[in-house]
Every structure is written in structure tokens, then in C-alpha cells.
Ligand binder design. Structure first.
Ligand code: SF4
Length: 76
């Protein structure tokens, strides 16, 4: 899971078509049942380290990409 710092984002939307699993949507397009993720994204963006260089996906990314309901595994 990655988050986007809403204070740094300029809403250019370039990342939306680039995400290979369609995980990025504009804030106005977040489904009603997932609005809490907007707040969670902002909170985590303040404490998680910024990624400043391209990185390979984590080894298990392919295995997890179609699985829903992963929020229960988030460690904070
Ligand atoms: S690419 Fe995505 S995260 Fe980056 S500024 Fe544009 S909309 Fe924001």
C-alpha cells in the first residue's frame, strides 16, 4: 500500500492511468463506502517515509493485487 500526500499533490491526475491495478482515483471519485480512506491516506502520508526513487514492486505484490479487504492487515 502506498499513500499520496494531499499537501504535495497538485491534482494533475497523471498517476491515475499509470497505476497498474487502478488503485488511484481522484478524491471526488472515491466511492461512498470508502471515504474513510481519504482520511487514512492523509494520516499515513504524514508518518510514512517519502519514496523519492523508483523501486521494484514488493515480492508479493502480484499475489495480493486482486484481493479485496486488505485494510485489516494494515499495521500502524
Ligand atoms: S501524479 Fe498523482 S499524486 Fe502526483 S501530483 Fe499528479 S495527481 Fe497528485
Amino acid at each position: 500500500m502506498l499513500v499520496i500526500d494531499p499537501d504535495e499533490c497538485i491534482d494533475c491526475a497523471l498517476c491515475i492511468p499509470e497505476c497498474p491495478v487502478g488503485a488511484i482515483v481522484g478524491e471526488e471519485d472515491v466511492p461512498a463506502g470508502q471515504q474513510t480512506l481519504v482520511t487514512l491516506n492523509a494520516e499515513l502520508a504524514q508518518v510514512w517515509p517519502a519514496i523519492t526513487k523508483p523501486r521494484k514492486p514488493l515480492g508479493e505484490a502480484e499475489q495480493w493485487k486482486e484481493i479485496l479487504g486488505k485494510l485489516q492487515y494494515l499495521e500502524r
